[in-house]
Design a binder for this molecule. Sequence first.
Ligand code: ADP
Ligand code: ZN
Length: 519
Amino acid sequence: MQQTKEAILKQYFGYESFRPNQAAIIETVMDGQDCLVLMPTGGGKSICFQIPALLKPGLTVVVSPLIALMKDQVEALKGNGIEAAYLNSSQSGPEQDQILWQAKLGKLKLLYIAPEKLFSGNTIQFLKEWQVSLFAIDESHCISSWGHDFRPEYRQLNLLKELFPNVPIIALTATADRVTRRDILRQLGIENAPTYVSSFDRPNLNLTVLPGRKRIEQIKRFIHKHERQSGIIYCLSRKGTETVAASLQREGIKAEYYHAGLRPEIRSSVQEQFLRDDIQVIVATIAFGMGIDKSNVRWVIHYNLPSNVESFYQEIGRAGRDGSPADTALFYSYMDIITRQEMINNSEQPMEQKEVLKAKLERMKQYAEADICRRRILLSYFNEAVEQDCGNCDVCRNPRTRFDASIIAQKALSAITRTEQKIAMGMLIDILRGSRNRSVIQYGYDRLRTFGVGNDLKGEEWAEYISQMLNSGVMDIAYDEAHAFKLNAFSEQVLRGQRKVELVKFIPVAERKAKEEAQ
Ligand code: ADP
Ligand code: ZN
């Protein structure tokens, strides 16, 4: 008798009901369709392929880049009575042979495999002989060079659909903006597959940006306010983690540093002590956190600006996994941007890739410099429209002056419409302000009806308002098309006068500084 997905959920995982999207995703996969799943970390992606694996005859192959996590996941499955195994380069030849043998005999429901293993030796040939009923591609953003964690060994996965045209593919990720999502689908050869996006909102996380001056002193004060509460401080460099940890230790705070230069035994011991609450503070590079499941991390501080919003969101997401309030703070000064820009310029990346990294850094800068609700910015990055300010970020707590900017927005959006959504910031401002420069004239933009309709505002005001509009999701930006602005559903409503746009009154930087110093 065929079991239902609900019965499996209860029997093997012990849960009563599905979370949003899980049931629909499982049904899509059971229908033999491909799909892309976007869910935040901890959102419950695994069940989306594990339940189909149990419902379908044959084997589900799970591609995953993280060898360490593979082992944990397989053990958890076995603990729930599910026949699972993994294959990777850390295993001996005989060990691997035994697993292949089990799979051949049809004794496995799930086989976890690293991408390089999938395409080496005879693996593909074996899979062809066995009954593979589903491919699950975990961390699927790694296939895209638009993503923030591109892995060349993932690229070969573009052969899967050709090799196995009748086997559905479910791609999963916790971190992909719109451009990356499109690229994942294209790379996997499943362009028309539906995409399921779950909410990324974590309302219990308080968001704050702090001025990047006297960071250590601010951190000490912060930790004294968070007595005995576990926290993570992310630093850019290994050296940075060591010096910050040392100054906290001198204050009598139980802090340790963690980075990829440490011996594996030291790393796991520091991690263990943190999990047991023997260490209060971990000062770490981005090497820390992947796959660490500590639910009571109460705060995360970024000592330096992260390189992109995806990483930032994943890192602060390690706080408050239990759903109770947690604080996040980001230090920011303009120097952080310069440092990051130089890192990009000096890297060995191809030109095109550098442009992507710069565009991503720019979005991070917009978050740090925001005059509007910071959560709106984060969520709009993942293309989630937000109706209301969150009330749980520093901007919401100290509101800037807002005004009805619907007319301003309509002017900008109609200029974008009339130029066929091909223009970026500089050109848009020139058109709005009626600047007759060479490229404006070359494209005939001076003959548009919107030409010069915004000459009551200065260029810097327009720049500010346009970034605010972008940040609140009034329109989109395509950084794979020379940063051209694109209309979305929100834009259409504004243009039709069905939705208002509120923006924060522009204050020139000089005035803003004077005000802050007077406080
Ligand atoms: P992800 O891979 O998205 O980071 P997981 O698949 O590891 O997340 O799931 C995170 C946690 O949520 C796990 O402990 C999992 O058992 C739990 N979980 C998943 N689905 C449900 C559900 N429908 N009800 C309750 N808990 C769930
Ligand atoms: Zn807010």
